[in-house]
Each structure stands twice: as C-alpha cells, then as structure tokens.
Design a binder for this molecule. Structure first.
Ligand SMILES: [Zn+2]
Length: 346
C-alpha cells in the first residue's frame, strides 16, 4: 500500500516536473549564428568601381552596422583575395581591419578566392593556398593591439576532401562549417544540427541549417535561395522566419548564411536580412559566433564517458537532455517517463 502511494507520489512529481520542463520550452531562446561571407563578387568585372564598392563593401558595412546596432554577435568569413583588393585608393583591408576590431565579430577563413574547389586539389596545394589566405586575413585580425588567430573555416561551394580535413588539423582549425544538416555530414551525423567532432580529426563540423522547399532539403543561405531556388526577397524573408520557428520548436540552433554580394545586389534581400535580425531579436534569440556555437556543443556533447551513440542520441538532443533544456526531444523523454510509470501501476 505504502509502495503504491509512493509510486503515485513519484508520478505526480514526474508529471509536474515534466510539465514544468515543457512549459520552459516555449521560452527557451533560439541560438542563432549569423554567418556573413565577405568575398569578391563573381560578376564584379562588368561593374564600374563605384558599383563594385557598393556591391562588395557598402553591403558588408550595412549588414555589420545592423548587427552592431543590435549589439549582437556574428562571424564574418573572408576570402584571402578580399583582404588584398584595392580600388584606386580604397583598400579592402581597411574594411577587414575595422570589422575585425569589434569584439562581437569573429573572423573566419573562406579560402583564397570564390572560385576555389579544394576537393580537386592535392593536400600540398590546399595547405599552401589556405595558409596564404589565412596569413593575408590574420595580418588584419587585430583587436586592442593584439593579433588574433583564425580558428574557423568554410570551403567555397562546400567543396572539400579528406585532404582538406587533414589540412585543417595541421592548421589547428577548431571548426569547419562546410556541412549541411541532413544534407552534407560526416558519417553517422545525418541528424545532427549542433556542431560535432569529426572522427579521426581535431576540428568540429558545424552544420548550416536546412529547410524544406517543394519536398527538397535546402541549406539556409541567401545565395542558394536567390540563385538556385529563385526566391524573391519576401519569400526568403518568410523562409527565415519559418526556419527560426522550426528551430524554436525543435531545440535546434539556427545557422544561417548571408553574402555581401547578394544583399548588396538586391534591396529586398537586404531588407530580409534586417527583418530577420529584428525578428530574432524580438524573440529573444541568443546570437552567437560560430566559435561560441562550437564551444556550446563541446561543453555538452560526449562527456563523462557518455556516448551519444550508446544513448541513441545525436549531439542535438544530447545537448538539450543534459541541460534539461526543452525541445521536442526532451518533451518526448518526459512523456516516455510518464507512460513507463503509469504502465508499472496497472
Ligand atoms: Zn561564400
């Protein structure tokens, strides 16, 4: 009799805490990593110098001004050739120096030029190219008179090989964001939405968020949405808001990619960028750099000998379970708890 009462009490407690946990779910801020690519436009050769500046530089300044006025974090991925371009007496490096000087801007490496296809190159070629590009950018990565080191990377076109991974290890990179949730992933990580350590390597894979359009999974990027899918700015804006809400429901981080030469070329896309920042801000999103996102995953993924594989979890829901953060996955666990207890009663 006593054991039955105790069981009932346990059930009440579990239901109470589970419901409390579910209640928190809706309030938990979505973690957002805005990646801004600062690179040279593939169509710049047809433009006047003023148009080039507007497309490549003014667009970047406009986006970063918006980021800064909201007091939020971002990661800017530069190409090496962006850092060395000059139009008349306008030095692109000055813009990089300014962007790099702000503590809310992480600077990351986006290869040497937009045309680079690392996956087609040898290990030596890649190591030489990426080292030169990194050096070019790092000469401008100075904050409070201190030289900073680039820790993050994304290849052009998501094009990379096992040799690229070895090069990243050699260069001491902490992460590679050349992955797409559910689309492009290291073996065994199809469902991961949070960064994960790549097996046999020393860097983390950071999956860019994906969304569904006409039944197909597409990565959340302005360039892809405009050129490959053909969305107008309003449609892109709707995708961004919809994806944010999906991330809120599922406890996923939102990792989204914008380009200087896309927003610089299309007012509607620039408006979509601003609207997204304002919307996410109004929803109390936590804006992080890509490095912050990796640190969050590091702190919460395979630790204390718990293997996510053994628990049947991916890094995404492991993060939430260990934090008692609520997402659809931990809601699911809560319901399983309730059912298994009521099952033992009957
Ligand atoms: Zn890019």
């Amino acid at each position: 009799m006593l054991s039955k009462q105790l069981s009932t009490l346990c059930i009440i407690c579990i239901v109470f805490f589970s419901l409390a946990e579910i209640g928190q779910a809706t309030n938990r801020p979505v973690v957002v990593n805005i990646m801004i690519d600062a690179e040279l436009s593939p169509t710049a050769q047809n433009l006047t110098p003023q148009e080039e500046e507007s497309l490549e530089l003014n667009s970047l300044v406009e986006m970063l001004t918006d980021i800064d006025s909201n007091g939020i974090n971002t990661t800017v991925y530069f190409t090496g050739d962006f850092a060395s371009k000059q139009i008349g007496n306008v030095s692109y490096k000055d813009y990089l120096i300014r962007a790099a000087s702000k503590p809310n801007h992480e600077i990351a490496l986006h290869s040497m030029t937009t045309a680079d296809k690392l996956g087609l190159m040898s290990y030596e070629q890649q190591l030489s190219l990426l080292t030169r590009a990194k050096d070019l950018i790092e000469t401008a990565y100075i904050r409070d008179d201190r030289s900073l080191t680039i820790k993050g990377f994304r290849p052009q076109y998501f094009n990379q090989s096992e040799d690229t991974y070895k090069v990243l290890d050699k260069m001491g990179m902490a992460y590679d964001s050349g992955f797409k949730a559910g689309l492009l992933y290291a073996p065994g990580h199809k469902n991961d939405t949070w960064p994960y350590l790549v097996e046999n390597h020393t860097f983390y894979a950071v999956p860019v968020s994906t969304y569904r359009v006409a039944g197909n999974l597409v990565y959340t990027c302005d360039l892809c949405s405009k050129q490959s899918i053909g969305l107008n700015g309003t449609q892109w804006s709707d995708i961004l808001v919809g994806k944010f809400q999906e991330c809120a429901d599922q406890g996923d981080p939102m990792v989204v990619l914008f380009h200087n030469f896309v927003s610089g070329d299309d007012d509607e896309y620039m408006t979509a960028f601003r609207k997204f920042v304002d919307f996410a801000e109004s929803e109390n999103a936590t804006f992080v750099t890509t490095m912050d996102l990796v640190e969050m995953a590091k702190r919460n993924s395979p630790m204390s000998g718990i293997s996510p594989a053994a628990m049947g979890l991916n890094s995404s829901n492991l993060f939430h379970t260990l934090n008692l953060a609520s997402s659809s996955s931990s809601k699911k666990f809560a319901l399983i708890d309730i059912f298994s207890f009521s099952g033992s009663l009957s």
